[in-house]
Write a new protein. Structure first.
Length: 263
């Protein structure tokens, strides 16, 4: 295994940081200072030290996290709370988020220290599907649904979105469905919200453009007021996880995601 990969997977830091540590002479292998990140080491028998302390090989980790609204997807931020604030008692050095969710979006977020895993799931050419549940002000008729399914323009200078899948769950007036909507109130969103139509459903996309789900629905006249990612590549959010809770992915779940991403 490459030395920099070993250190990153041992929670010393991400790949960029550990390369710096190596080049600055902070790493020894069997007592010798090593300054070449790509050197091959034996993680089972070699003794690797970081500033004089033995590094234990942690291996790859994969977390499923149920992200609550109000937290940004970042390792740290000076102005906002981040998803990593929920991992205070866990050594998260070298662990990063796979993709991201907007601050006000809830649901399934994966975290890992495995760069190949992230690559397989998030790179556009992999076409891994992600499904979101939404509530929006507005309505979706057959024409709107076909537009979303066939591809739609969501920004100046942008190409057509890739075909999506849309499933409408409920539609009606806000005054009739407000108690089913997981939102405290909409008082500040529209003066006539009480008599507005609302719609809920599932939108499945295979891209990752900025604010894509919100922008796609906006393009057909719907204003998203609640959004939750429920699945990635067939991996469904474990609903036994409360908001802010996490667990390790099972080996079966990891292999399923990797298999789907390679199809």
């Amino acid at each position: 295994m490459r030395l920099d990969k070993f250190l990153a997977q041992s929670s010393i830091g991400n790949r960029k940081k550990v390369r710096t540590y190596i080049k600055e002479g902070m790493i020894t292998v069997n007592g010798d200072v090593i300054t070449e990140p790509a050197i091959e080491i034996n993680e089972s028998s070699d003794v690797i030290k970081y500033i004089g302390k033995v590094v234990d090989y942690a291996g790859k980790v994969y977390y499923m996290f149920n992200k609550p609204s109000g937290y940004i997807t970042a390792t740290k931020d000076t102005d906002h709370k981040t998803v990593f604030d929920f991992f205070d008692n866990v050594n998260m050095n070298g662990v990063f988020h796979v993709g991201r969710l907007d601050k006000d979006t809830e649901g399934l977020l994966l975290l890992t220290n495995d760069g190949e895993f992230e690559h397989q799931l998030m790179y556009p050419e992999k076409h891994v599907e992600k499904t979101y549940f939404f509530w929006a002000l507005g309505s979706l008729d057959e024409k709107d649904r076909k537009q979303l399914e066939q591809g739609i323009y969501i920004g100046k200078g942008e190409i057509l979105t890739k075909p999506a899948k849309i499933e409408v769950q409920k539609c009606g007036m806000y005054k009739e469905l407000k108690y089913e909507m997981p939102i405290d109130n909409l008082e500040n969103m529209h003066s006539n919200h009480y008599s507005q139509p609302v719609v809920s459903g599932y939108l499945t996309i295979s891209e990752g453009r900025k604010h894509q789900v919100k922008r796609m629905l906006k393009a057909v006249g719907c204003y998203v007021v609640y959004l939750k990612r429920i699945s990635i590549g067939g991996l469904i959010l474990d609903e036994s996880l409360e908001k802010g809770q996490y667990r390790f992915l099972t080996e079966v779940e990891i292999q399923k995601l990797m298999k789907i991403s390679k199809e």
